[in-house]
Design a protein around this ligand. Structure first.
Ligand SMILES: N[C@@H](CCC(=O)N[C@@H](CSS)C(=O)NCC(=O)O)C(=O)O
Ligand code: FE2
Length: 295
């Protein structure tokens, strides 16, 4: 978990990451196992990966007056993010998961936060959002999702919309490609971005269902995410290897998919051969209804 450092300039965590990758390969006997772990971006035939370690982001800075928590749901390897204004206590939650609703609501209560918006980066295929149920349990809470997602919510977001909490805000950037309704949320000072499944650490979201398009994804990621300042911290919706945060600079150098040409990227994406998410048939219809029948 990130410690409180009231500085705006983020510190790169390349050194910590390379140490973690080294540690991950130790004790792994086969070359295949090593390459699986070192090259998540091009993994395709891999068994579901469970993190056997977590990287640690205590060196990451954040704007003054911002409370930030990165929370993890182990079954779907989903990150939920809680952001709040330390003074007004107004808060936003990004991609909350049904299974961890009690943990999240308990934390919100313990921290004395006033949760205003539960926002999803897209209509998830692998887990059910808790945003609909959260609304039933927190009076006044609003749900939000991109207007291109086709999903029900109180607020349908468009390019450039701002989600405000106290003195902070997140700006909405459309990043279609994994799904048509994918959005990335960029903190006002561009020091952090929440990329959903558009950009994963050293990878990206798959493009083989839910209106997926590798051509669109390549364009979205380059134009809307990798064009942010190099030190901008990137927080994805999932990680299957225990990685917690990246930066634009790191992904521009090391992303094994998105550093390629568009043609090569399209080929990689067409050949991932990933299994369908196990919960997809339940999760998509539920998420189209904000996770519950009726808001
Ligand atoms: N095994 C998991 C699903 C894993 C998966 O498909 N992840 C998605 C993001 S959730 S829609 C993805 O885009 N992965 C890209 C990749 O390269 O892994 C399950 O059964 O739920
Ligand atoms: Fe997804």
């Amino acid at each position: 978990m990130c410690s409180v450092i009231n500085r705006v300039k983020p510190i790169h965590r390349v050194a910590a990451l390379s140490l973690r990758l080294k540690a991950n390969t130790e004790g792994s006997s086969s070359a295949a196992a090593q390459s699986r772990r070192l090259c998540p971006g091009v993994s395709s035939t891999v068994e579901p990966l469970r993190p056997n370690s977590r990287s640690y982001c205590s060196g990451t800075a954040k704007p003054e007056g911002l409370l930030f928590r990165q929370l993890f749901e182990m079954e779907s390897c989903t990150y939920t993010y809680l952001l709040a204004d330390t003074k007004t206590r107004e808060a936003v939650i990004i991609d909350p998961v049904l299974e961890t609703i009690d943990r999240d609501l308990n934390l919100i209560k313990q921290l004395g936060l006033d949760l205003k918006v539960a926002v999803n980066t897209h209509c998830h295929a692998d887990h059910i959002t808790s945003s609909g149920l959260m609304k039933k349990r927190l009076v006044g809470l609003k749900s939000a999702i991109s207007k291109y997602s086709g999903a029900a919510a109180d607020i349908h977001l468009s390019e450039g919309d701002k989600i405000t909490f106290g003195k902070h805000h997140l700006t909405v950037r459309k990043t279609p490609g994994h799904t048509d309704g994918c959005a990335t949320f960029v903190l006002g000072d561009q020091s952090m971005a929440f990329t959903g499944d558009a950009l994963l650490i050293r990878g990206c979201g798959r493009t083989d269902f839910q209106q997926g398009s590798s051509t669109k994804l390549y364009q979205s990621v380059h134009e809307k995410i990798l064009s942010l300042p190099k030190e901008c911290l990137l927080y994805p919706a999932h990680d299957y290897l225990g990685q917690t945060v990246s930066t634009v600079g790191e992904e521009l150098k090391f992303n094994p998919r998105l550093t390629k040409s568009l043609e090569e990227f399209e080929k990689i994406m067409a050949n991932l051969n990933l299994d369908r998410p196990k919960k997809m048939d339940v999760a998509v219809p539920a998420n189209l209804l904000c996770g519950v029948h009726g808001l």
